[in-house]
Ligand binder design. Structure first.
Ligand SMILES: [Zn+2]
Length: 158
């Protein structure tokens, strides 16, 4: 169950109701950030709980904005491998350097993670049509998740 509490402007810190549809901060035009009750999550979560959960980003449901599982639009995103980067690690004097391979996400990029969540939450809030400006990867991810959700998608590319 999501521990989402409210939205907060990334610039002016004004707070907004999390279960209403918003775009940018009405006061200053900057993006809104999802905020969570992390104290509650810390009290209720354990490493053992995570070990037996589904192998996708949905395993972190408490710190994701989707409140009801039926609104989770999934194409199998997340849980991509960490690759050891020994040579780069030596060059940077880092003994345990790993690189997350986001290319194994269903849309071929890490953008699948964010757009999966954005489309799922949009569905939960009753949205039927979405739009995005993109140079490529984000548009592909949004289109894929919107299609899965049955939403109309519009993409604007430079
Ligand atoms: Zn603001």
């Amino acid at each position: 169950m999501s521990a989402l509490t409210h939205l907060e402007c990334s610039f002016c810190e004004k707070e907004y109701e999390a279960d209403e549809l918003h775009t940018l901060c009405p006061a200053c035009g900057k993006p809104l950030l999802a905020r969570y009750n992390l104290k509650r999550v810390g009290e209720e979560w354990s490493r053992e709980d995570l070990a037996v959960r589904v192998a996708s980003l949905w395993r972190y449901q408490e710190v994701l904005p989707v409140r009801h599982e039926e609104n989770a639009i999934s194409l199998g995103e997340g849980y991509t491998p960490l690759l050891r980067a020994e040579r780069l690690g030596r060059k940077l004097k880092m003994r345990n350097l790993f690189i997350k391979d986001g290319s194994l996400n269903p849309t071929g990029s890490f953008k699948a993670r964010g757009l999966c969540m954005a489309i799922s939450r949009a569905k939960e809030l009753g949205v039927s049509e979405v739009v995005i400006p993109s140079a490529g990867n984000a548009a592909g991810a949004m289109a894929a998740y919107a299609a899965k959700a049955g939403m109309k998608a519009h993409v604007f590319m430079p």
